[in-house]
Design a protein around this ligand. Sequence first.
Ligand SMILES: Nc1ncnc2c1ncn2[C@@H]1O[C@H](COP(=O)(O)OP(=O)(O)OP(=O)(O)O)[C@@H](O)[C@H]1O
Ligand SMILES: [Mg+2]
Length: 545
Amino acid sequence: MQTTLQAKVSKRLLQKADRLFTGTLAGRVIEILQNARRAGASEVTIENKDGLVSVHDNGRGIEDFSKLLDLGDSDWDQAMEKAEDPAGVGLFCLAPRKLTIRSRGLQAVITKDGWTGRPIRLTQVAAEEQGATLIFADEPWVKDLVEKHAVFTGLKVIVDGKDCAHKHFIRGQAVAYPRLGCRIEVCEQQAVGPHHQAFKEHYYHDEVLINFHGQVIAFGYSPVGERLQFLVDMTGQATGLRMMLPARTQPVENKALRELRKVLEIEGYRFIQRRGSHKLTYKEFLRAAELGIELPEAQPRFQTGTLRGDTPEPPEVVMPKDFPLARCYRIHPRLRDTTHRIEANVHLLAACGRFQSPFVPVDIADSYDGYSWAKLPTIDQVWVDLGQEIATDYLLGQKITAVKSIFIHARTSDGKTWESEAPLAVMYDDEAHRSFYNDEHLYVTPEAANELYPSQMWYFCGGFNEEGDTYDTQEYLFEQDLEAFWATVAGPGEYLRRKITSAVAGVEDDWTQITITSDGGVLIHCENGTLRTLRPPHVKKDKST
Ligand SMILES: Nc1ncnc2c1ncn2[C@@H]1O[C@H](COP(=O)(O)OP(=O)(O)OP(=O)(O)O)[C@@H](O)[C@H]1O
Ligand SMILES: [Mg+2]
């Protein structure tokens, strides 16, 4: 019977060690530069020649060759252990390639089974310069790629005779967090240069970049609702921050990472405090205060009018110059529903109505409720009076009725009533059943034909359909339908009259009368008494008849 068990590493892992890495060139560049830096090198020279890559560093050199292929063991010092948490696997990113390593007058040639446990003989070679040299077969280590991973290492890296850029990861003001072994800088996302940007998969995401000694780890975390970039630069002090091994492409969830998140939030708000103005939600404003960071109120953010839409657009509500926001109105939350009928009528009243003093409804996101500027008088009641019906039709499946007149009324919390004629209003046929099918009903006055652009009418009929034809085609077809609708509204025969009068628009304007005869001829009577005759083209008779 078994009485004990003990953790150990099986030799079988050695056979699979090459698969601890994803096998990308970038991964190999990172590991090899990292070893050079850990060995205290200041300069790394890379040469590509005949399918071989040689990497030479001017560090301390290899003290104990046996540590090279000791999976899981390292030969760096104690401080390195605490700061960087070496895993002792990095070199295996080169497996199962043939690798020649030279240092301090010794050379090892590691071949396929050397990687998996066969003893490797060390030979003496002429002691070259200090440091270590690695030679292996690989695709060319091109300068651009190497530079990406060299730029923040602090090393001078030369590829085929050309120097790679080297930069400071943090350029501005940084706050030291020795407990986490890092310094933190916050800046605007657009303030970071291309070398930082290269590590972000998405421009707006990956708000945090950790410079783990030249290897940059990006991850998404936005404690503050603005586009901020958090730069975390590891200092080499002992740290609890750990990256997932072996490739260190993401941070490990632990106490230190939780603490880092907390301080990033604080630094984010402090950055905004220094900057002065912001557009944070009220909740975030309160959160900052809770963290002891006093912020001014957010800059007022609102949209004039209560409807949105870019193409096609609804008629525009204009904010008069220098008109104070405090005199604008917000729709009372009680009136808001999912159908936007109230929003539509309020918007139309403001855009098309005529008033003694300006009536300006605005839309402010609920998340700003709490700021003093967001507290505006409200629109508490909205109703519509319709005149006599003229005709009903469907436009793009939207029921639309022309009526003699439309009045929209809005009562506001300051005791005023705003009312005006409007060319259009949105209603529901049967309020009780409207959740089952869309019985939204548009009402227009004949004046809408002049007061509203076709595109504005199109907006209310559903607008552009992403799944349909091109924008221009859809717009054209809608305009055709709309024209037919207006003709129906105008009365019988009107559509025909419009077609004919639009057709003669091309005739020179000295005509007084145009007659069309039943055989297709057209007689144009001109002012000076002359008569021009247009005949249908002569139709040739078919030869066989
Ligand atoms: N360029 C170098 N100069 C000096 N010693 C080196 C160099 N490269 C590797 N070594 C030695 O080989 C050992 C193994 O390197 P390897 O990259 O496999 O692991 P590591 O760097 O210790 O850990 P990690 O898994 O984090 O890379 C190192 O601990 C170091 O002792
Ligand atoms: Mg290593």
